[in-house]
Write a protein that binds this ligand. Structure first.
Ligand code: HEM
Ligand code: HEM
Length: 145
């Protein structure tokens, strides 16, 4: 069954985030860095896909901006985008098949490539900032005076 309506877009988006948020490669970016509020985010990204796939005009644009902001806090690398796409393709294929399902995968690849290229000119922290974002510093042993 292909993607038919907004409810299908939402189902796709929710299934994707169920994977993405618990993913060992990119999960920390959503959970620890962006502290993504899913109930705010799901309607927005559902509108994005409804606009791309179904010709709705429900998404207002500006998709790149939050990624630029994110990149300033934790460098978004090619590997992160590749992983994002692997999860996206797997989710689309698990739930849907057809022209729109193919378009969903193709458009995500175009957007990912465009984002990655645009991010290249934006400064980002290197390794340690990523580690700091993903690790909790804990204190062991007796408290010192
Ligand atoms: C039915 C046709 C299409 C629709 C409705 C559509 C819709 C959109 C929307 C809503 C965005 C987000 C724009 C923003 O946030 O400002 C976008 C981004 C993008 N689309 Fe499409 N698109 C379509 C076809 C295509 C095609 C045919 C290509 C390329 C061959 C393409 C390449 C891109 C790229 C590269 C971006 C990312 C731009 C960026 O922010 O750097 N799209 N599209
Ligand atoms: C490493 C890969 C990616 C990461 C870590 C990531 C992360 C995020 C996060 C955390 C947000 C929410 C920002 C906020 O509301 O504060 C967001 C928004 C969004 N992302 Fe991504 N993203 C990635 C790749 C992509 C790709 C490839 C697409 C293309 C389909 C995409 C499309 C969007 C859209 C449309 C929004 C909504 C922007 C808005 O609120 O208008 N993202 N992303």
């Amino acid at each position: 069954m292909d993607i038919r309506d907004r409810a299908d877009c939402e189902r796709l988006v929710r299934a994707f985030y169920a994977r993405a948020l618990s993913d060992p490669v990119i999960g920390f970016i959503f959970v620890d860095v962006a502290k993504l509020d899913l109930e705010t985010h799901v309607p927005r990204i559902t509108s994005f896909w409804e606009t791309v796939l179904l010709g709705a005009r429900s998404y207002g644009g500006g998709a790149f901006r939050p990624h630029a902001a994110l990149h300033r806090r934790v460098r978004l690398r090619r590997g992160h985008f590749e992983r994002w796409l692997v999860l996206w393709r797997a989710t689309v294929d698990e739930l849907f098949a057809g022209e729109r399902a193919e378009l969903a995968k193709a458009h995500a690849e175009r957007v990912a490539a465009a984002f990655l290229a645009r991010l290249a000119s934006i400064p980002a922290p290197d390794g340690p900032a990523v580690a700091a974002a993903g690790l909790a510093v804990t204190h062991h042993g007796p408290d010192l005076p």
